[in-house]
Design a protein. Structure first.
Length: 184
């Protein structure tokens, strides 16, 4: 039986371990280490205001944003893109109403050339507040961007969905709500 790799005693509420790599070939061994390490968070001393931290590594840096969200529920957001007419760049972000302070969190930015699912994105949202999702579509060779928004009211559990029908594609947004475990 192996012992713990990093620590025996944890005195923080949250320990976030990360290992991000840059794909550099067909095999995992070819990938470059972007960042590797841990971040510790103490809920008793953590502010509700969003914080931004830059984590430096051997091959670059990653900017992260985080905030303590009281009375929160978990929103699992799935994005499915279909009926793609032409390739486009897509930017997808979330804004959550936090005590009269809105902070936009980038969730996805990339090129879309065919129908696909973007995966799942998990967001903590204060119960009974609105989670706003913003989609920006940039057509290649075109000067105009298309921006489309949808909002969902946070609830204890259940499902919600919204269909965005654009000229270049159709975007289906599905949200599943779940209760986060109570903190002690």
């Amino acid at each position: 039986m192996n012992g713990p790799k990093r620590a025996i005693l944890l005195i923080f509420d949250v320990l976030l371990e990360f290992d991000m790599r840059i794909k550099n070939g067909e095999n995992e061994e070819d990938d470059l280490q972007l960042i590797d390490g841990i971040s510790e968070f103490d809920g008793l001393r953590m502010s509700w205001r969003p914080h931004e931290v830059r984590i430096g590594g051997n091959c670059g840096a990653v900017d992260t944003s985080f905030a303590l969200v009281h009375n929160s529920v978990e929103a699992t957001v799935e994005v499915i893109i279909s009926q793609v007419q032409t390739g486009f760049d897509l930017s997808f972000s979330s804004t959550i109403d936090l005590l009269e302070m809105n902070k936009e969190f980038q969730l996805f930015s990339g090129n879309i050339s065919e129908s696909c699912g973007l995966g799942s994105f998990v967001i903590a949202v204060t119960e009974d507040t609105l989670m706003h999702l913003k989609f920006k579509v940039d057509h290649k060779g075109c000067n105009s961007n298309i921006e489309s928004n949808c909002s969902f009211k946070a609830k204890l559990n259940g499902h919600a969905g919204h269909q965005l029908n654009l000229e270049t594609a159709s975007i289906l947004v599905k949200v599943t709500w779940a209760v986060l475990p109570a903190s002690y």
